[in-house]
Write a protein that binds this ligand. Structure first.
Ligand code: SAM
Length: 269
């Protein structure tokens, strides 16, 4: 993993939340919130909360006696998330590395993480930390993307980037967000982190965008793929975005387009 892979700063949060979140994160967030609420937890920890896609769904559903601690590695992401949400006394915002959580043992009923686990360099440590801060019987519920080939929009943008930089393709999308889908490896990581009961379920959805440009902007400007492209060519972002628009229109047509998105939801206890 490279440093630029987890760099969600500069204007990335804005593009992420405007273009990428509505495109592929909404339905997964609804699903995660529903799964947490079924257990009626009194204390919830969210890691890698990003711009607060899940937080905005979950916070209005919890009762005032529930404590919901929302964390991320990047202050910029947390600030963005906090500013997008009405103030709520029982929602606490805190900077935290998911691999080294600043919380006591056995302090939460549920730990949740939406599409963030792939970004943790030491996944066993992240699993062990989730396990450590969970109360006995508590659940770690998180989701990850399936491989790039099963996530058409992301795949097409990655192919467009490879067309612009054929000798040194930027592989961020397939390396990190769409690079952690091996169910056996996930099980092993969670077991090594101390979890005994692990359930992995498929999650499929259809994503719809108003245009190919929306999809191209989402992945080129709203993810750390941007860092990889700009490191190769300061003008590369526009070139890749344009190549992505052309490729997406070739495959899916002009105007409103839809494509499959696919991931896994993991419950570990
Ligand atoms: C793809 S975003 C997902 C954000 C959010 N959960 C969502 O659904 O939109 C990945 C997030 O992981 C965060 N992140 C990366 N490494 C982290 C770490 N070690 N601990 C906590 N957060 C981390 C990044 O700052 C970024 O906000």
């Amino acid at each position: 993993m490279e440093n630029s892979d987890i760099d969600f700063t500069d204007s990335i949060p804005e593009f992420y939340d405007t273009y990428l979140a509505p495109l592929i994160f909404g339905e997964f967030a609804e699903d995660l919130a529903k799964r947490v609420m079924v257990e009626s937890p009194k204390t919830i920890l969210e890691t890698a909360a990003g711009t607060g896609v899940v937080t905005r769904v979950l916070a209005p559903q919890i009762s005032p006696d529930v404590k919901y601690v929302v964390t991320d590695l990047e202050q910029e992401m947390l600030d963005f998330a906090q500013n997008k949400q009405p103030e709520q006394a029982n929602v606490i915002w805190q900077l935290a590395d998911a691999q080294d959580l600043p919380f006591d043992d056995a302090s939460f009923d549920a730990v949740i993480c939406q599409l963030g686990f792939m970004f943790f360099p030491d996944k066993i440590k992240a699993a062990a930390e989730a396990k450590r801060v969970l109360k006995p019987g508590g659940e770690f519920i998180f989701n990850v993307w399936d491989r790039l080939e099963n996530n058409v929009f992301a795949d097409l943008v990655s192919q467009a980037a490879a067309k612009i930089f054929p000798d040194d393709p930027p592989l961020f999308l397939e390396r990190i967000p769409f690079g952690y889908y091996d169910n056996d490896a996930m099980r092993k990581t969670l077991q090594d982190g101390g979890f005994k009961h692990i359930i992995i379920q498929d999650k499929l959805a259809v994503s719809t965008a108003g245009s190919a440009l929306h999809v191209a902007m989402a992945f080129t400007h709203g993810t750390p793929l941007r860092n990889e492209i700009e490191a190769r060519d300061p003008d590369g972002l526009q070139k890749v975005a344009l190549a992505a628009v052309n490729l997406i229109e070739d495959y899916l047509g002009k105007g409103e387009i839809s494509a499959q998105i696919q991931g896994f939801v993991i419950t570990a206890s």
